[in-house]
Design a protein around this ligand. Sequence first.
Ligand code: BGC
Length: 473
Amino acid sequence: MVNGNIISKVDAIIHPLKLNHEDYLKDGHLLNNELNRGLKSTKDSSVKMYLTYVRSLPNQKERGVYLALDLGGTNIRVVLIEFLPNKINVIDQQCHEIPATLFFSSGSQLFDFIAENVIQFAIKNKLAGVRVALGFTFSFPSVQHGLAEATLVAWTKNFMCPGVVGYDVVQLLKQSLKRKMDRSIPYIDVVAIINDTTGTLIYGSLKDSNCKIGLIVGTGSNCCYVEQLQNIDKWPYNYSEPNQVIINCECGAFGDNGVLDCLATSWDRTIDYESLNITKQIHEKIIAGMYLPELLRRIMLTLVEKGLLFNGLAPIELFVPYSIKTKFMSLIDLDDGRKDLTNTKEALKKIFKYFKCNETDLRIIFSINNTITRRSAYFVATALWTLAKRIDQVNVSVAYDGSLICKHPHYKRWVKEKVNEFAQNEGIEKVIGFVEAPDGSIYGAAIVAAICYREKRPKFIKKNGKVYEITRF
Ligand code: BGC
């Protein structure tokens, strides 16, 4: 039997998480202001609108063999990719979990670990004596001064390695590769660095030429889009064709100047105060898979303290920060639209070893979980709609990737529904398509490396008195 009295008390407590359409309109309006400010000057906006220097999208004329490296979450991935006419062939790939200690170790330890993995992978693929171009996906806020130059501005997510912020990460990677490379192994040349959103957009645009927005909702969250050069006051170069560039919005930082405080709750504030990057990545902390389960845990704890959940007795796991995994939130949301809450029960059994829970508890946990995940999806939809309106075409597609948006059973649908609601309410003729770009972040890095060589591809390259063959494939 569900206790209606408890349910209404809980509803009142979690009410601030249930934003209405007016709130999302306000969010979109505030975001649009920040986007405009960011295009004028990076320092005056919380949304930095970093220039990526990627101006050309793939045109199927890319050829050759490239390495791609991805650093952005809990793993590093290396892929060897071959571009054939009408086909991208993954020759080999490798994924390594980053040892937990490295998240806080020095930058050189982190980059040495990465370089070691890349070199071992190249050796395994018999690339000795070959000069191979590498595209590097580095998914943290970085200022770029060119296609292969990126200074890290701040770590986000769970990284905090000293000695990297303020440095060019391409140089750090090159130094580590140099330290590890000896005569018998390949010459790995880092030719491009991109953000995961950029990679996703580039990969998506191979599938759908209307793709003009890249979206990641996984451990972290962020968007990028294609902007016309004449709209970018801070564009430092000439306006030659192609007259466009991909902007890495870094919209996870939206709200770092306090503009989102009116929409955030006390739980959002506590997550921020107790995070590794206090007052930073406010938008990301409301949206991303790294923070949502922590939000769920904190709200449950509040309700236990008030005697409204688990009869006021907290299971021990509830006291451990970041102990709940995002996959359990997806499992709980499988009960969306269903009467029985068997998946919620199943998830709770996995989260808590010993727990006693009644039907009221199940209803409450389902409701919190559903509310915060929908709120995340609606914030994402608002950002997409705000970006889509800046793009001067009726059909705009969004290439997306990331564990939350790809693996959650309803997230994508909620994003689409909210975007459609915006379109209908505002009467704007715009059709937003969605293109899944699985592993786009890493494929995109290889594609950008290939785009660099689309026009002009030397057969040999001389380096330190040695001649390397560019490709043998
Ligand atoms: C980073 C972005 C990245 C996003 C998704 C954020 O924490 O700042 O650069 O695109 O995570 O991985």
